[in-house]
Design a protein around this ligand. Structure first.
Ligand SMILES: Cc1ncc(COP(=O)(O)O)c(C=O)c1O
Length: 385
């Protein structure tokens, strides 16, 4: 169905440049997507991936403040331990030290607040919000353009879910200071965490929402920047947005995006992610509970993170040289299970975790297999330590 939709579209119109043309498939996609996104009066700017979308969102935030006559607003805030992409601007927003280290001479414009990582960072939602507010005040609100964050942690903090009062309070701090809230939903969007977007868990409405991955389910390199009508209209009417890429706004991406939306709706896959995800979290917790190296199992919907530690009581990580995440990934692969490893979560160097993120069409039987193989892989590695 998705491939057919793409083939059909490419036979009609393949590529036209967005500076001159639009296409009916793109306009229809935007109209269908807008009501599903927790952004007021949503307007859609499609690009070719998550990093491009983050770059675009940062520039859009700057363009917005310029349009409003606030040219000093240029600082973008992000969190420690975040991941926003690998291009230079996106990497500067990312708080993952091993990725940044080789390129540090080119980086350093981003200001940071603490990671939302309840397993290791013991701050309540209101304490996080207070730190954000103090940081904005210290920098000078008239100089801060945007706060960029993942609503639920992705690769770097391993599906860490913020405290319940985090998002409403953080959104309020941003509003109070005129700082645009940019939600990076590249990992969490399109049903991954059991709601259409992770912001929906807290009824939070960012000014800009960035998506990718699940938007096209892999059938097209698609990223999305979705801005509120207020941001869009301000930029459009009072300055414009000098930006774009050769392949942005591609009709092929719009056709795939429409077909993916259709499939998510027809097969009720967002609800499926919620229900199966709750089951998976319980089953993984039960199956791994007795394995000494498992420090924490967390997540929402079909995004589960498993953090591995040398000592459960102290949460001490394994030394990086032990390569625990890599060993678990290999043991799982040998059993026919693919997991997504990540390292450096504890202190920027040490710290091992992996994500379990099956497709939203995963069956009950496959979930059982995932749980069994995850436990088996961990037992194999634990027995060699
Ligand atoms: C939260 C988040 N933001 C941004 C990106 C970058 O997206 P891409 O790899 O499509 O450039 C990713 C990719 O994993 C991500 O997880």
């Amino acid at each position: 169905m998705i491939i057919d939709a793409l083939a059909h579209q490419l036979r009609q119109v393949d590529s036209v440049h967005a500076t001159t043309f639009t296409t009916s498939v793109l306009e229809t996609y935007a109209a269908e997507l807008a009501p599903l996104v927790p952004v007021a009066d949503a307007r859609v700017y499609p690009v070719s991936g998550g990093s491009e979308a983050i770059e675009t969102a940062s520039k859009l935030a700057r363009a917005y403040h310029l349009a409003r006559g606030e040219p000093d607003r240029h600082i973008v805030l992000a969190r420690h331990g975040s991941y926003h992409g690998n291009t230079r601007g996106a990497l500067d927003l990312s708080g993952r030290d091993p990725l940044r280290a080789p390129y540090l001479p080119w980086l350093g414009l981003t200001e940071r607040v603490p990671a939302v990582y309840p397993y290791r960072v013991d701050l309540s939602g209101s304490e996080h919000a207070a730190v954000l507010g103090e940081t904005i005040t210290r920098l000078g609100p008239e100089r801060v353009a945007a706060f960029v964050a993942e609503p639920i942690g992705g690769a770097t903090t391993g599906a860490s879910v913020p405290p319940g009062d985090y998002w409403p309070q953080v959104a309020e701090v941003c509003r109070r200071h005129g700082v645009l809230l940019v939600a990076d939903e590249v990992m969490t969007g399109f049903g991954r965490t059991g709601t259409w977007f992770a912001c929906d868990h807290w009824d939070v409405h960012p000014d800009v929402l960035v998506a990718g991955k699940g938007a096209s389910s892999g059938y097209w390199p698609l990223g999305l920047v979705i801005a509120s009508g207020q941001v869009h209209d301000t930029v459009r009417e009072r300055g414009g947005f000098v930006h774009g890429f050769t392949w942005s706004h591609h009709p092929g991406g719009a056709a795939v995006g429409r077909a993916v939306l259709q499939r998510l709706v027809d097969d009720d896959l967002v609800e499926r992610s919620r229900v199966l995800g709750a089951r998976l979290l319980t089953d993984v917790r039960n199956a791994l509970g007795g394995i000494e190296i498992v420090g924490d199992v967390r997540g929402r919907g079909l995004l589960i993170g498993v953090e591995l530690v040398a000592d459960r009581a102290t949460k001490a990580p394994f030394p990086r040289a032990a390569g625990i995440a890599e060993r678990v990934t290999k043991a799982a692969k040998d059993l026919g299970l693919l997991v997504y490893p990540s390292t450096g979560c504890a202190n920027g160097v040490d710290g091992d975790l992996f994500l379990i993120g099956p497709p939203l069409v995963v069956t009950d039987d496959e979930l059982d297999t995932i749980v069994t193989r995850t436990a088996h892989a961990l037992q194999t590695v634990a027995s060699t330590i």
